[in-house]
Design a protein around this ligand. Structure first.
Ligand SMILES: [Zn+2]
Ligand SMILES: [Zn+2]
Length: 552
């Protein structure tokens, strides 16, 4: 009889950045680690966000003992509002993470019935045959943890997102001594963050950013406006500290930014000396060199406060000559163009703009190569599996593991849906389960499939042609020539003749379809085929063609 084995199944976050989700299964018990979302790529037109496919879990719902969350970033908690109602499992997270989850669930009206359990950093929880210890790690958000998971086949360490900043702004440095202790006892498998596996050396300390903020607050002739992620609570703290030191009042502007800050202040993860924080209506009449503003828009998001300020479209703040704007974030791949346009706009309005290429205004929250190697050396796992990253990040991380002495055969580079099985006889990748992307489009989850995306791509590339066919209510016969309206296809003035010709073409075709009124589905297909062929011959484009029948 074969011994039961432990299955490790990534549902998201491997071979991609974002939507992190990991399943661990042993006999009748399943635990889930993180449930994140991913922002859509440029080819996913009109999609708001992407979440993991959880069909594997839905078929085994009664086995799920709990969802453990490593920290409060979107790529780790963002899918919860969509998945939690389907999974119905209790959540375990630290206090701040739990607060951020609560904000998210409430926003999406998914808070009712949610079982949120707070576990402090260093705390433990038993979930079926899994025993999970949440150990503190340093990341770009306070209260982040990694996981030490005891299972019937051995100990597993999941790094979460981490770096080894010895002088963090808030929160604790990564608990290295606990990891070293584990390494001495023997660790079966290490799962470790690969996001910055491309970067040699060490990630700079947050200290560097504090120093920049200090100079900016001291020297800026007018207002200082800092744009960052609303979840980057330690960055908000750095702004508050530097502003307070130079007698500036801090105004937090933008809904998500104020919601998160209020929650972090209430829970004690953000502190401000009395009188430092101001209300937006006090801005009027204050000397500009006494003002610091923290806001959203570091990714150039069109509806964010910073972009509206730059376009003179914000209710409270417009960018003025003499302002200093600090964009304190790394561009998420794909957002560079938007960010550059925002910076251009800000310069045009007369602002001084500081961003990561011109000043040390941001450090990221993930370990670079030396830190990754250090973790491998401390934990000394028997098996290693790089997580959180595109395929190249995972491959480079695997190479680092080889370099520190882990045998190649003991390193597993998985993709989403691969199943890694661990047992007394060893471990191997055994199968692949259903996994992939679920698209969230406005309020609907999962309704948008490949066909819809193909249509949107076609529309964005070649435009659309609507053919309006009027038929008589009495006889069902064609009344006059059809009308043709196009959008995004060709310049209708320049191609007037071609459009006219295509109207004739449809009229002739419909005439030939005989005396008796034809089936609409038949006409529909015929019109589409005829025009598609005609337009392609003329323009080498394939617009989407939509025939409409009106009875007159
Ligand atoms: Zn993170
Ligand atoms: Zn992450």
């Amino acid at each position: 009889m074969t011994k039961p084995r432990l299955k490790i199944i990534p549902l998201g976050g491997l071979s991609e950045i974002g939507k992190n989700m990991m399943v661990m299964e042993y006999e009748d018990d399943i635990i889930i680690i993180d449930a994140g979302l991913m922002f859509p790529g440029q080819e996913m037109l009109g999609i708001d966000l992407v979440i993991p496919d959880i069909s594997y879990l839905l078929e085994r719902r009664e086995k799920i003992r709990g969802i453990v969350i490593t920290h409060g970033h979107e790529d780790h908690i963002g899918a919860l509002p969509y998945l939690l109602p389907q999974l119905g499992a209790p959540i375990y997270a630290t206090k701040l993470t739990q607060g951020l989850i609560r904000v998210k669930l409430k926003e999406r009206k998914a808070l009712d019935g949610a079982q949120l359990n707070v576990v402090p950093p260093g705390g433990e929880v038993t979930l079926g045959k899994f025993h999970v210890e949440l150990y503190p790690v340093c990341h770009s958000i306070p209260d982040a943890v990694g996981l030490i998971i005891s299972t019937p086949v051995g100990t597993i360490v999941h790094s979460g997102d981490f770096k080894l900043d010895y002088t963090p702004v808030s929160g604790q440095p990564t608990n290295l001594s606990r990891l070293a202790q584990l390494g001495a006892q023997g660790v079966l498998l290490l799962l470790s963050d690969s996001t910055y596996a491309e970067l040699p050396g060490y990630t700079s300390s947050e200290r560097v950013v504090s120093e920049t903020m200090d100079h900016v607050m001291a020297d800026a002739p007018g207002r200082v406006i800092v744009a960052t992620f609303s979840s980057l609570i330690s960055r908000i703290q750095q702004v508050i500290d530097a502003a307070a030191k130079h007698q500036r009042r801090v105004f937090i502007i933008g809904r998500s930014m104020s919601d998160t800050s209020r929650m972090a202040l209430e829970l004690g993860y953000l502190t401000a000396p009395d009188g430092t924080l101001g209300q937006p209506d006090e801005l009027r009449g204050m000397p500009h060199n006494k003002i610091a503003i923290v806001t959203t828009g570091s990714q150039g998001e069109p509806t964010s406060a910073l972009v509206r300020m730059a376009n003179r479209d914000h209710r409270q703040v417009h960018i003025l000559r003499g302002d200093t704007v600090v964009i304190s974030a790394t561009p998420i791949p794909g957002n560079e163009a938007l960010i550059n346009r925002t910076a251009d706009n800000l310069f045009k309005q007369g602002a001084q703009v500081l961003y990561d290429k011109v000043a040390p205004v941001h450090v990221h929250g993930h370990g670079s190569q030396e830190e990754l190697k250090l973790l491998l050396n401390l934990v000394k796992p028997r098996f290693f599996m790089p997580i959180h990253g595109e395929y190249r990040h995972l491959s480079l991380h695997a190479k680092l593991a080889e370099a520190v002495g882990i045998p190649k055969d003991n390193i597993f580079v998985l993709e989403d849906g691969n199943v890694l099985e661990l047992g007394p006889q060893g471990s191997k990748i055994t199968s692949k389960i259903a996994s992939g992307n679920v698209y969230v489009d406005g309020l609907s989850v999962g309704d948008v499939g490949g066909v819809v995306l193909r249509d949107r791509r076609m529309l964005s590339r070649d435009g659309m042609v609507v053919v309006i066919i009027a038929v008589s209510k009495q006889t069902g016969k064609l009344m006059g020539r059809p009308d043709i309206v196009s959008r995004g296809f060709v310049d209708t003035r320049e191609f007037k003749n071609m459009i006219n010709e295509s109207r004739d073409l449809v009229a002739r075709m419909l005439d030939h379809s005989g005396d008796r009124p034809a089936e609409w589905s038949f006409i529909n297909t015929k019109v589409r085929d005829t025009l598609s062929k005609f337009y392609y011959e003329q323009t080498k484009r394939r617009p989407m063609i939509l025939p409409f029948m009106v009875k007159v």
